[in-house]
Design a protein around this ligand. Structure first.
Ligand SMILES: [Zn+2]
Ligand SMILES: [Zn+2]
Length: 318
């Protein structure tokens, strides 16, 4: 299960109701801040998330509406001992701009209490734990170095406690060994195999997060069969020329991607101040009904619904 909280959902400039791009993804003990537009610190506080355990930042790209908040965040963390290390992932150009912001503008030679690590993104696996994999993939927007991210839970076999009890497996470390794939021998000499007490393999939830994007044909494979796809919808169809010129998407293009990639739910963000939320939603829903337009502080839980899993059928839909 992944939890997603939107902190800013406006494109290029904030509005009264929408802050600049930022979102938080939670999984177990991990917290990932995706983008950090101006004003994100206050949004973090208002959302109730606060700064605790905020040690990982993923940047979709280096445009100012996605990174300027890092200056303020680092300024706060540099004087506050609760966070001693901040890891920032981004493309090369993005990291160069962020380093200028942090070292030339914010710190200017001052010693910070926190250590900042920069990780240049290469497409592929960025991080992996026992329970999930985080991948980055290239996105076409204006300029180089734009990335999207997928968070995917690993497949697992559920432990069938009733079956284990019936077989006489004691409630102790033996259960953990069975889950890890080891056979155990009971006191009476009977051997219990993992297959005896583990259910069918179950796929995990998949969350695909794309920031600003100018086209979608190269995003189908990575977003395929996601339980949730988050992507920008800066423009409406009647502004398609402008969308193309500035490397952004219309709500209709985003919805077509959701349909082609066979995702379960589409969440649109990065709205232009010119467009009404209702119009963005209607345009997308006409193509992909299970669409939501995110508002600041909206929270979503991304879970795999067992019966809805199709194994991904993007190729046949394309
Ligand atoms: Zn943007
Ligand atoms: Zn941008």
């Amino acid at each position: 299960m992944f939890e997603l909280i939107f902190l800013g959902t406006s494109a290029s400039a904030p509005s009264v109701h929408r802050g600049l791009s930022a979102a938080m993804i939670l999984h177990k003990e991990h917290r990932f801040l995706i983008d950090c537009g101006e004003g994100t610190q206050r949004q973090l506080l208002k959302s109730g998330l606060g700064f605790r355990r905020l040690d990982k930042v993923l940047l979709t790209h280096g445009h100012l509406d996605h990174i300027l908040g890092l200056g303020g965040l680092v300024s706060t963390f540099s004087r506050w001992e609760a966070i001693d290390r901040l890891s920032i992932w981004g493309g090369r150009w993005t990291l160069g701009r962020v380093e200028d912001l942090i070292y030339r503008v914010v710190l200017r030679g001052a010693r910070a209490l926190l250590e900042i690590e920069f990780h240049e993104i290469e497409p592929g696996v960025l991080m992996e734990s026992d329970t999930f994999t985080l991948r980055a993939f290239p996105v076409s927007h204006r300029g180089a170095d734009c990335f999207g991210f997928t968070f995917e839970e690993k497949e697992r076999r559920p432990f069938l406690a009733e079956k284990a009890k019936a077989l006489g497996v004691p409630a102790g470390p033996e259960r953990k060994w069975l889950v890890q794939g080891q056979a155990i021998t009971l006191d009476d000499g009977r051997v219990v195999q993992p297959d005896d007490v583990l259910g069918e393999w179950q796929p995990g939830a998949k969350l695909a997060f794309v920031g600003d994007a100018g086209r979608t044909d190269n995003l189908v494979d990575e977003t395929c069969a996601a339980d949730m796809l988050v992507i920008e919808a800066t423009y409406l169809h009647h502004e398609a020329d402008m969308a193309r010129e500035f490397g952004h998407l219309t709500a209709r293009q985003a919805a077509k991607l959701a349909r082609r990639a066979d995702v379960k739910q589409l969440v649109l963000t990065h709205l232009s101040r010119r467009n009404r939320e209702r119009d963005v939603l209607d345009e997308a829903k006409a193509i992909f009904p299970n669409t939501v337009v995110a508002r600041d502080f909206d929270r979503f839980r991304v879970v795999k619904e067992k019966k809805s899993y199709t194994g991904g059928s993007c190729a046949s839909n394309s």
